[in-house]
Design a binder for this molecule. Structure first.
Ligand SMILES: Nc1nc2c(c(=O)[nH]1)N[C@H]1C(S)=C(S)[C@@H](COP(=O)(O)OP(=O)(O)OC[C@H]3O[C@@H](n4cnc5c(=O)[nH]c(N)nc54)[C@H](O)[C@@H]3O)O[C@H]1N2
Ligand SMILES: Nc1nc2c(c(=O)[nH]1)N[C@H]1C(S)=C(S)[C@@H](COP(=O)(O)OP(=O)(O)OC[C@H]3O[C@@H](n4cnc5c(=O)[nH]c(N)nc54)[C@H](O)[C@@H]3O)O[C@H]1N2
Ligand SMILES: [Mo]
Length: 710
């Protein structure tokens, strides 16, 4: 083999091979990660990806999902041009049109609906992508609609609601650097956030104890925990209240802190008396002595920090209240705003918590004064977020109350994201006009009237903030594939075409971010010149101990004043416990389904199921069940089984496992052929947050004998 061929085969970047390394970012998973990536490019094509060594977040690492980024970008179902639907909704029959035609048609239809039915008849929705959100929100408000909503109607924001109820502030982060014990409610970082376990390990090396609380015996439970509490899903509030009860009974709480900074202590102390360890054992499944052991571990290893869960604790019909009961421990132990406890934080930019504030809220502007979708059903959600609750969209489209919603303009919407996904599919199909922008021609895109091709993070420029004062402005590593465009450019050009009265939005992405960061030391020109994130050491949060509670009482509210006015809506100011599963018959549906809770390291919602390297790791949708249940039901590994709920059924393969608690089934979500979200009814939501109860669905599982034999 000639030298040049060998160099090419080894993908060596040099003049001879014509291979260049471009610096970019993987945006496949949550905004807390978004690892730096070295993109090897030859002739305008990505030929290899590697983690960037001098990136402050991943330091050269890249997970399985990121490694498969090349196959993601080049998926064969990438949308090549704007499309207009010519066949029935869902048929996938489209004709290619030009961008100009697409903008003209979208503008005409949206403005017509606005003049006939009011601007609120158009809803603007973002899926999992975060980077485009302030721009879409501003677009919605410039158009005149209050109905801006996102995937965060199902993720993470219920925790914001809980922290606002308790402290008036939107976030609080565990301080791993000083914690003596870490309460890992739903902590399973190896699969959902691969960089986090090493931070936990570093803390463990200096003596921090780890309690893992999970229905599944995860790798983290097995290899990192000092104590593992295997809990029934959706009962974490009870465990937290039993802990509170014991701490109070033994006087192991911080009385000074409570006196000075906590509101509602007496009332809460009275309430948690009902949750002694025997009651807690009955409800949570955790042996009483283990709960006592955990409480002694908390006493002996102060301060305690609490794992911040965006999903599994919140994905229950009682998720908000369970989350509050867990965070109440930081008030009782006096660890809120103290080193080694929970440190108040705020959102910096596009859902990243980076320790400083930008003008993002100011940029997105004032919401038009009209009722939002979901506001009546989920009033707390509406008050705190100022966003529509996407989980109420299908109901409102179909029932037309309190007013009709006739059009949806979406960037990356996936109808399987919400409970009762089939209802969402039906509702989107009944719209007068539906636009969806995506990289891929998904089942949701197939329902749209106009489909727009968006591009990936490797094909665009994007500003990103990280913790500890790092700010990154990426450059495209390759040109956008086919005719695709960055979402923000789509919004700018559509705003131009519609002559939206919004000069800044129409000035484009860069001018907008210059405005958003104009209150900070961030120098956009410096960022644009740098291939890696720039460090601004002055961008850091205030030290612990300075926080002023923004609640009406000026304290950490165990009795949340914000909830007092919602008593008629059945919302309780104390973090009270109600069971999460729906009312389905327990005899008929004796098991509980976790639909998604417990991420797979090689899947991310809907977007990676069609990526060959990743799909190869688990080719078929699988139901993990315990060996005990498998034995009882005569099910063996690889058998076809049916999971049924009161609302539907899916066929999958069985995967008996020693990791899962008897009585539970685990199925990862978003498989078109086995959609866990279709197993929940239209009201399987938390009344406080609107979040679907993905992880407490009553079900049964049967061997598939051709029909669904009981
Ligand atoms: N590989 C991968 N990574 C991801 C994602 C992905 O899809 N794939 N999704 C990203 C997103 S959007 C999110 S929100 C995060 C979520 O990330 P995490 O918050 O870590 O959530 P999960 O991994 O779903 O669940 C963590 C653990 O909680 C357990 N669990 C489930 N229900 C309960 C419960 O009721 N109580 C307790 N104590 N534990 C419970 C599960 O068994 C699991 O082991 O992950 C992000 N990272
Ligand atoms: N059953 C069940 N359902 C769940 C969950 C669960 O645990 N179980 N988890 C919930 C949680 S925590 C979350 S965060 C949500 C995830 O919510 P989803 O929004 O469903 O997440 P994805 O499927 O990753 O992304 C949605 C779409 O965005 C497209 N996309 C990717 N990048 C871009 C881009 O740059 N621009 C545009 N326009 N589109 C893009 C993808 O191709 C995909 O079709 O799902 C929720 N739904
Ligand atoms: Mo999420």
């Amino acid at each position: 083999m000639a030298d040049s061929e060998r160099l090419l085969k080894a993908k060596i970047p040099c003049e001879e091979t014509g291979i260049e390394i471009k610096r970019s970012m993987c945006d496949i998973c949550s905004p807390s990660a978004h690892c730096g990536v070295d993109v090897y490019v030859k002739d305008g094509k990505i030929i290899k990806l590697e983690g960037t060594k001098d990136h402050p977040v991943n330091h050269g690492l890249l997970c399985a999902k990121g490694q498969a980024g090349r196959q993601y970008v080049y998926r064969s179902d990438r949308i090549k041009t704007p499309l207009r639907r010519v066949g029935a909704r869902g048929s996938g029959d489209f004709e290619p049109i030009t961008w100009e035609e697409a903008y003209q048609e979208i503008g005409k239809r949206l403005l017509a609906i606005k003049s006939e039915s009011g601007p609120e008849a158009v809803a603007f929705i973002a899926g999992y992508e975060k980077w485009l959100r302030p721009f879409l929100r501003r677009f919605a408000y410039s158009f005149g609609s209050p109905n801006y909503g996102t995937e965060s109607s199902t993720c993470s924001t219920a925790a914001i609601l809980a922290w606002v109820a308790a402290t008036g502030n939107e976030k609080a982060k565990p301080d791993l650097s000083g914690a003596g014990v870490y309460l890992g409610f739903g902590y399973s970082g190896y699969h959902s956030s691969y960089l986090y376990p090493s931070a936990v390990d570093a803390a463990r090396k200096r003596g921090m104890k780890l309690i893992v609380i999970d229905p599944r015996r995860t790798f983290a439970a097995e290899t990192q925990s000092d104590l593992f509490l295997q809990i029934r899903p959706g009962t974490d509030g009870v465990l937290a209240m039993a802990m509170a009860n014991l701490l109070i009974k033994h006087g192991w709480v911080d009385h000074d802190y409570i006196r000075n900074h906590v509101h509602g202590f007496e009332e809460y102390a009275e309430y948690v008396k009902a949750f002694d360890i025997a009651a807690a054992e009955r409800i949570t499944g955790i042996p009483a002595e283990k709960i006592e052991q955990a409480v002694r571990m908390i006493r002996d290893n102060a301060p305690a920090a609490i794992h911040e869960s965006a999903a599994p604790i919140l994905h229950h019909r009682n998720g908000f209240q369970n989350y509050r009961a867990i965070s109440a421990l930081s008030a009782l132990l006096g660890t809120f705003d103290r080193p080694g406890g929970q440190l108040p934080a705020e959102l910096t930019f596009v859902n990243s918590v980076s320790g400083f504030r930008t003008k993002e809220d100011d940029f997105t502007g004032k919401r038009p004064d009209a009722e939002m979708i979901g506001q009546r059903r989920f009033p707390l959600w509406a008050e705190v977020t100022g966003e529509m609750q996407v989980c109420d969209l299908s109901r409102q489209i179909l029932e037309k109350t309190p007013y009709p919603v006739r059009a949806v303009f979406a960037l990356g919407l996936n109808y399987r994201m919400v409970n009762d996904s089939q209802l969402m599919k039906r509702a989107l199909s009944e719209l007068d006009f539906f636009v969806n922008a995506d990289l891929f021609l998904t089942d949701t895109a197939k329902l749209a009237d106009i489909v727009l091709p968006a591009c990936s993070s490797f094909e665009r420029s994007e500003l990103k903030t990280y913790p500890k004062g790092y700010v990154f402005y990426t450059k495209p590593a390759i040109m956008p594939l086919y005719e695709s465009k960055p979402d923000t450019e789509i919004l700018k050009e559509l705003a131009d075409s519609m002559v939206l009265p919004d000069e800044l939005l129409r000035a484009g992405y860069e001018d907008c971010v210059r405005y958003i960061f104009s209150n900070t030391v961030v120098d956009i020109d410096e960022l644009k010149d740098s291939p890696v994130p720039v460090h601004y050491p002055e961008l850091k949060p205030p030290p612990p101990g300075q926080f002023q509670f923004k609640t009406p009482t000026g304290k950490f509210e165990l009795h949340a004043t914000i909830l007092d006015k919602y008593a008629d809506a059945g919302l309780d100011p104390l973090p009270t416990y109600t069971p999460s599963p729906d009312g389905a018959d327990e005899q008929e549906f004796p098991m509980l389904l976790l639909s998604g809770g417990g991420r797979l390291p090689f899947a991310l919602h809907s977007r990676l199921h069609d990526v060959p390297w990743l799909r190869y790791c688990r080719p078929a949708p699988m139901a993990d069940i315990s060996h005990e249940d498998a034995g009882k039901l005569g099910i063996q590994s690889g058998d076809e089984v049916v999971i049924s709920s009161a609302h539907g059924k899916v066929r999958v393969k069985a995967c008996p496992s020693s990791r899962i608690m008897p009585g539970l089934v685990h199925l990862y979500h978003d498989y078109p052929d086995a959609d866990g979200s279709s197993l929940m009814g239209p009201t399987h939501n938390d009344p406080y947050s609107g979040f679907p109860g993905y992880n407490s669905i009553r079900c049964r599982i049967n061997k598939d004998l051709g029909g669904d034999k009981k």
